[in-house]
Design a binder for this molecule. Structure first.
Ligand code: A2P
Length: 290
């Protein structure tokens, strides 16, 4: 069973969840069902992944009671604004087939139109106070954007989900989250982003990580997930392969030393995808009605 991380509100979340970013709808049901059968109790999706319906279907097919599974999703930028974001919750909940969400995030800031991001967050605050969601948070907020959000809103986000893996450890942003009692959740936690981007090296074939794993009989992915857990983060590795889904959950029976954790930290390249300045509205992603 995954250890949990506790939010500033007292709600807890299993540290390791299954990610379904880039999981095609037709592969999602099986991936979610497999993960839940293997013991995962946390699934991370997003309206913009266009697979919320299939996540819901996987949950139902698994037979695991709804209340045992932590379901997290994200509002896409085209649904930002107070009323629009309240409606975005309805769309996501209906597609997932659940009445209440465990965690609802803003997918990323609309930096050039930040007021709409603020209005969207105020809608999350309303959903939280109404009990429609158990926790609220953000994703891809850099320190300056987090400061701006905190200055204009009442409830400190439970989570800031950011790109974070051994080649990109975001030390300043992690420290910022921690200072505010915000849980850091890693997306692309094992470095998948680098292979999607065609980089020749990524943490999954890093020799330092391989050498550490050898001592424990663990793969690079397992060492990296352990590194996240031991540093207090949540991580949501994506896989559609049953063996790798299992492997990514077999990380609770060994312990890295402080020296090994530091050796992984030292792999940082500082190379981060600059989402803060992306014009994500122009991606053309449409979040349909449920
Ligand atoms: P696949 O879905 O075929 O398993 P991230 O979550 O960091 O973005 O990484 C996801 C990528 O890493 C996907 O391409 C996924 O492919 C692959 N992956 C997931 N788990 C493992 C693993 N244990 N070993 C190697 N590759 C993995």
């Amino acid at each position: 069973m995954s250890p949990t991380v506790a939010f500033n509100s007292g709600v807890t979340m299993p540290a390791i969840g299954l990610g379904v970013f880039q999981t095609a709808p037709e592969e999602t049901v099986a991936a979610v069902q497999t993960a839940l059968e293997l013991g995962y109790r946390h699934i991370d999706t997003a309206a913009a992944y266009l697979n919320e319906r299939e996540v819901g279907e996987g949950l139902r097919r698994s037979g695991v009671p709804r209340e045992e599974v932590f379901i997290e999703t994200k509002v896409w930028v085209t649904d930002y604004g107070y009323e629009q974001t309240l409606h975005a919750f309805e769309k996501s909940a209906k597609k997932l087939g659940v009445e209440q969400l465990d965690l609802l995030l803003l997918h990323q800031p609309l930096t050039a139109k930040f007021e709409r991001t603020i209005q969207a967050y105020k809608a999350l605050e309303k959903l939280l106070s109404d009990g429609a969601v158990r926790a609220i948070g953000v994703s891809n907020l850099v320190p300056a954007r987090l400061d701006a959000l905190l200055a204009e809103t009442d409830i400190v986000p439970a989570v800031n989900q950011i790109e974070l893996h051994p080649y990109n450890i975001r030390a300043e942003l992690q420290a910022k989250n921690t200072a505010h009692g915000i849980v850091t959740q890693a997306w692309s936690p094992i470095g998948g982003i680098r292979s999607y981007n065609g980089e020749p090296t990524n943490p999954l074939n890093d020799p330092t990580i391989r050498a550490i794993g050898k001592g424990y009989g663990k793969s690079n992915a397992q060492v990296i997930l352990r590194w996240h857990i031991q540093q207090g983060r949540s991580a949501i590795p994506k896989s559609i392969n049953a063996e790798r889904i299992a492997q990514n959950f077999n990380v609770f029976d060994f312990e890295l030393t402080n020296d090994e954790l530091a050796r992984v930290d030292a792999l940082d390249t500082g190379d981060t995808l600059d989402i803060d300045n992306l014009d994500t509205e122009s991606f053309g992603i449409v979040i349909d009605e449920a």
